[in-house]
Design a protein around this ligand. Sequence first.
Ligand code: F6R
Length: 623
Amino acid sequence: MCGIIGYTGQQAALRPLLEGLATLEYRGYDSAGVVVLDDAGATPALTIAKRAGKLGVLVDALRDQDLSGRTGLGHTRWATHGVPNDVNAHPHLSGDGDIAVIHNGIIENFAELKAELLGAGRTFMSDTDTEVVAQLVASLVEQCRRDGNEAPGSALVQAVRIAARRLEGAFSLAFVDRRDPDVIVAIRREAPLVLGRADGASILASDVAGLLAHTRDVEALLNDQVAILTPQGVTVTDLEGNPADGHRFTVDWDIHAAEKQGYSHFMLKEIHEQPGAVRETLRARTDAEGIIVLDELRLDPTELRHMDKVVIVACGTSFHAGMVAKYAIEHWARIPVEVEIASEFRYRDPILSSRMLVVAISQSGETADTLAAAAHARAQHSRVVAITNVVGSSLAREADAVLYTRAGPEIGVAATKTFITQIVALDVLALYLAQLRRALFPEECRDQLARMEALPELIEQVLDCEPQIAELARSFAGAGYVMFFGRHVGLPIAMEGALKLKEISYVHAEGFAAGEMKHGPIALIDSGGPVVALATAGHVRTKILSNIQQVKGRGAVVLAIATEGDTEIKEHADHVVYVPEAHELLYPVLTVVPLQLLGYHIATVLGRDVDQPRNLAKTVTVE
Ligand code: F6R
């Protein structure tokens, strides 16, 4: 949620700020703003420009402005407190106009702090929690200056450290003070912030995408660390001012991977990148004998062998990947698996122990609910394995072990290649557990891995259905409601297909367990209403055929996703999209592809903003 960027260096800050915001816009796009600190005149000044709407509105507004200051901050917002308008857009200024702040996250005790600051005579312009921070820090800066902290930046640094002790919630914050022209001070707690250095400049951003134009060597700030950025370098301290180190790493993809490369949308490009992404996920997971070796897992195999239960926590699309994994882990490794939405898990009183393996799935590695669920599990002595796409993300750092999905950057807000690679990584984990527990013979593990190695080729074949799907999308686009159903591993894919469709096209869609239709949802079927049925080969196929008959009998128009060679399905469904034959547990990796394409093409027929759907953001760092 919210993209933040800061630059202090030798060149005018505005351009790197706007370029950085363009790469971060997928984190939020309700409004955008910049502040530039200009010290050319006798009195240094903060110039702010901010606009409701997408970044393009701000860029247009700045077209004729001559801002030459070399230090500044930029922000692209996903609104939490206050509607998305110009006033609530970031940066926010303190009442005296000396301090500007940008913020990603939520200040939970903002109402209490606001009342206190109002009582002290401060006034507020916006409805945001962020303005409270600007005012609080400004009042503390005054105090620090009175106490003699006159060295450049030192009053601001002191004030930020003191303010942080009063703030509750999750935040990354960056500040500039008009009187300290070359200094940016930043702090983070539970919301990501990364730092980089290049060509006499220091840059901060809410994720690596914002830094890649400058450097691939990144330092991620850890909780309650403070960073002081000047053109000469970056200093990191703890809240007491002691020197500290963030987490340093090198990003293994470059800025070009985050470009559209001729596709009309990132989502479409990312759908087509799925064969390569799966290949990467599977790369080098076995030794010469075909034994699975997960070096990055860093967990004692003996401990893993004796786990009584696996608990999977995740949100949204990642939750659907977890649902798919339950079938594979239980079937191959013979360990009971629970799958739970992270935001629910953390607020009940889950029974956890050191003999339970908690698998936290998050493509971004920054989802607040999933991070909190993982932290709760660790506090209860469970081991936590993270499945994530982002090296150096909070989840990767805070889990006991991590399995990277290696899908490359995903910019489209709708998760596609990260979903497929999560399933593949979870399947590898399932086989690894099966190998450790001797639940499968080594040759059975090898056979399964060989089937998985064939997946990229099979996904390529599925992608050939795109013209057929694009045609179907034209007839489905007028529907007010699309129902998806499936059984077994088809159920999470039905739910994922519905989620893809609704989030990017705004067409109401739901995924159901096919057997549950008769218990209520079938009442929704209308004459001509589209239904998508997951009907690939396997032990539940005939049951699905009956469910198709039940909705056909009530007037539904059925699109079935079936296995190549299944000619009988044509007698049941109005339209059939075929996927190649695969192992029953591996079908999700194939069947989700036509559903991603269906969502995409319906959304484009309806003229939706596919990569930046309304009200959503790519990284959900608030509760
Ligand atoms: C849907 C989508 C979201 C995310 C969810 C969790 O396309 O992308 O539902 O899956 O916000 O995000 P991560 O995986 O980053 O934890």
